[in-house]
Design a protein around this ligand. Structure first.
Ligand SMILES: O=P(O)(O)OC[C@H]1O[C@H](O)[C@H](O)[C@@H](O)[C@@H]1O
Length: 496
């Protein structure tokens, strides 16, 4: 038995020189037509228009999702309840630019934030660190997210207190990990004889809750606001992305925004049949309808993008990991589990399962045309990197027959190839915005509100009485309405 090549008729699509190749999705011409027709029928075009127009598409919280305004470099008015938000956005850009010129002699920046206040800037700082042509100002940029003091201790062991700046980044400014870590860093500054005014000078906040930041003791001039119409996981484009500007310069930050803006314009204006985020969303929908898809893998063949799948996990699973639709009805499909890591390393880890496991796991292969360093070996290594990426996709799609069942590859395992012309701030911004818009499209097609996260809250509420019980050091905690018998036993064990 010879296996047929697994391809689709018109697989190549591009926007701003980003190429999406869907050949290995195995979707026929007529299936694509049906997919676009049903997307149109579901009102996707209206949803996209509503999103950019500031309609309250986040229905449960009754607000718009207007992160696109944060990268609207043309400053065309964006209205919320009749008021243009762009002057406030522009003012923050001006202040970020000014801050980049102001920080002289800073050796360390401690960025304290978690979830959406962490992944985006961390990914960007890592991704752009070794890109040829991007100059770093050479500050040590430390990211402190975990409440586990191991991370805190590691950072404080390397930072110089008298030349450190602290960015406390929290949309709500109530996240316990962030406020506790911020207090610990302030205590460390005090322990190291920083005066009150030196500490005030060192502390900065990025938040949508300016009042809470002031109450914490941050001076008003050091507070960079963003707004409740920006979801935390969509916030890297706001002052949450400050580390990008501080480390690589304001122009680089603008390039990052410009890449995202270009994808927004494409998403807003291109017909569905040419619209990259829409095509990617529909390909997943097709596979979900055809197979029992439980997981989705994203493999960037770029070491610089190793943080990308972690950023995407929050984006996709917090946005669309829901079982109830906008009308409160159960949904048939929602976000699969998202995972991934840089290739080719990933090949040496879980690719066995992707090739021969019982699950069908659609994959996005992300590759970059240009080598990502200026080392003399860069071109030769890059060819090996790319050939691995192409070979894996081909093996997954076409499979391999063999007399020995152990050596049979079933094939027909769908994947996209997303090809960036190069990796720089512009294309990093474009990549992130492409996936944000894909996530929003999937939410629209599943009729899910992608902009709230109610499920995250309950565990946090339950943590409070448990923390109280742990702090009591008692080992006779009884089961109650807040602490069940299993957890009470665990607390008693920990306290004994
Ligand atoms: O930025 P913050 O308000 O501190 O929130 C940080 C994170 O908190 C929670 O985990 C939310 O589910 C995330 O969406 C958010 O990014």
């Amino acid at each position: 038995m010879s296996l047929q090549p697994y391809s689709s008729p018109q697989p190549l699509h591009s926007a701003i020189n980003v190429v999406l190749d869907t050949a290995y999705q195995g979707i026929s011409d007529s299936d694509w037509k049906n997919l676009f027709a049903s997307a149109r029928q579901s009102g996707l075009e209206q949803f996209i228009a509503d999103m950019f127009a500031g309609k309250h598409i986040n229905n449960s919280e009754d607000r718009p999702a207007l992160h696109s305004a944060l990268r609207n470099l043309s400053k065309t008015p964006v209205l919320i309840n009749g008021a243009d938000v762009m002057p406030a956005v522009d003012d923050v850009w001006r202040r970020i630019d000014a801050l980049c010129n102001k920080w002289v002699g800073v050796t360390d920046v401690i960025h304290i934030g978690i979830g959406g206040s962490d992944f985006g800037p961390r990914l960007a700082i890592e991704a752009l660190a070794h890109v040829p042509g991007i100059e770093s100002r050479g500050m040590r940029m430390h990211f402190l997210a975990n409440i586990d003091t191991a991370e805190l201790a590691r950072i404080l062991a390397h930072a110089q207190p008298h030349s450190t700046r602290v960015l406390i980044v929290s949309k709500s400014f109530t996240t316990l990990e962030t406020t506790m870590n911020a207090k610990a860093v302030v205590a460390w500054l005090k322990e190291n004889d920083c005066t009150k005014s030196q500490i005030a000078h060192a502390l900065y906040a990025v938040t949508a809750n300016v009042t809470a930041a002031k109450e914490f003791g941050i001076e008003e001039d050091n507070i960079y606001p963003f707004w409740d119409w920006v979801g935390g996981r969509y916030s890297v484009w706001s002052a949450v992305g400050l580390p990008i500007a501080l480390q690589y310069g304001f122009e680089t930050f603008k390039q990052f925004l410009a890449g995202a803006e270009s994808i927004d314009l494409h998403f807003k204006n291109a017909p569905l049949e040419e619209n990259l985020p829409v095509i990617m969303a529909l390909a997943l929908l097709y596979q979900q309808q055809k197979h029992d898809i439980k997981a989705y893998a994203v493999i960037p063949y770029a070491d610089a993008l190793d943080w990308f799948p972690k950023w995407l996990q929050q984006l996709d699973m917090e946005s669309n990991g829901k079982s109830i639709d906008r009308d409160g009805k159960p949904v048939k499909h929602s976000s699969p589990i998202v995972f991934g890591s840089a290739g080719s390393n990933a090949q040496h880890s879980y690719f066995q399962l992707l090739h021969q496991g019982t699950e069908i796991i659609p994959i996005d292969f992300i590759a970059v045309r240009e080598p990502m360093s200026d080392r003399p070996e860069a071109v030769a290594h890059h060819h090996i990197l790319l050939s691995n990426c192409l070979a894996q996709a081909q093996a997954l799609a076409n499979g391999k027959d063999d007399v020995n069942p152990n050596n049979v590859y079933p094939g027909k395992r769908p994947s996209n190839l997303l090809l960036l012309p190069k990796l720089n701030a512009f294309y990093l911004g474009a990549l992130l915005a492409l996936y944000e818009n894909r996530t929003a499209t999937l939410g629209a097609l599943w009729n899910i509100n992608s902009f709230d996260q109610p499920g995250v809250e309950y565990g946090k509420v339950l943590a409070k009485p448990i923390e109280k019980a742990l702090t009591s050091h008692q080992n006779n905690i009884q089961a109650s309405a807040e602490i069940d018998a299993v957890t009470a036993a665990r607390i008693n064990f920990l306290n004994s």
